[in-house]
Design a protein. Structure first.
Length: 293
């Protein structure tokens, strides 16, 4: 298997895991407070990764200390802020708006890659991106222009947009990961730092807003988002960036609404409409165009 094939597969699987996370999120809205969900998500990820990474991290502690500023900035953007902002955004805006704003992540990444790494954006890639965005808009609006024109935006939409920009910055930083930091050491360091920085905000929420109730649903949700939507997906996403670059990895993120629609059909009994099938075809066509040499 070539590096390109492996990178595409890793990005696809990471996107699929995040799609499952979105389906789960729609079913537990209001059950777990946002900072509490974010804190326990990353705590679970740290605990699961620790047996495999703590020894290597200890042996390479000098390297971790050397790059502590880089690791801290990466942790703040990708761990402490990104997902927490999404959970806050979900409290004051609709899933439709979140899906609409989420398509800005690959665009942010492409633009930042162009500015920072001087990556060229060919005409065919521009056509492909435009095709993908068209497909996403068809999916969100169910083929109705009026639906798009009557979308109302809230503070949650602004939070989601900021979250998307931060994740794009995280993706750019991952590409600049020092070679002496192995994937295990990098992930574990970032997870631990990000979780520690979340702790004061979690305690404030716990004491003055709402406590996390550890019932069966909470345990199952935090286990999934901690292991699959955090540990496994972030590892796969980071490896995909290393293998195929930031721009190609970013474009695969557009498949989230496709995967989410299919998963919602099987697990939430939500019907798949003709406009959804058409939009899926448009999105996949756009991805094929952007990756055409």
């Amino acid at each position: 298997m070539s590096n390109t094939t492996k990178g595409v597969f890793f990005a696809l699987f990471a996107t699929l895991l995040w799609s499952v996370n979105m389906v789960i999120a729609s079913g537990i809205k209001g059950h777990i407070p946002p900072v509490g969900l974010a804190f326990w998500r990353w705590t679970v990820a740290c605990i699961v990764l620790a047996p495999f990474a703590i020894k290597s991290t200890y042996e390479n502690f000098k390297m971790v200390k050397k790059h502590i500023r880089y690791l801290t900035l990466t942790a703040v953007l990708g761990i402490t802020i990104f997902n927490t902002l999404i959970y806050f955004a979900g409290k004051t805006t609709s899933a439709v708006n979140l899906s609409l704003i989420a398509i800005s992540i690959p665009l942010f990444i492409v633009v930042l890659s162009r500015i920072i790494f001087k990556e060229k954006v060919s005409n065919i890639k521009i056509v492909g991106i435009a095709t993908i965005i068209t497909g996403v808009l068809v999916l969100i609006s169910k083929g109705s222009i009026q639906a798009l024109l009557h979308i109302n935006f809230t503070i949650g939409d602004l939070l989601m947009l900021v979250a998307c920009f931060f994740f794009a910055c995280y993706t750019i930083l991952v590409r600049q990961k020092p070679d002496e930091l192995t994937p295990k050491v990098f992930l574990f360091s970032v997870f631990v730092i990000g979780t520690i920085l979340l702790f004061p905000f979690y305690m404030y929420e716990h004491l003055y807003y709402k406590k996390v109730i550890f019932d069966t649903k909470t345990v199952l949700v935090t286990t999934y988002v901690g292991v699959c939507a955090s540990l496994i997906s972030f590892y796969l996403w980071n490896e995909a960036i290393r293998l195929i670059g930031t721009s190609k990895t970013a474009l695969i993120y557009y498949l989230i609404p496709v995967f989410s629609g299919i998963l919602a059909y099987f697990f939430l009994n939500q019907a798949i409409l003709l406009t959804q099938i058409i939009s899926m075809g448009i999105i996949i066509t756009g991805l094929l165009i952007t990756n055409k040499k």
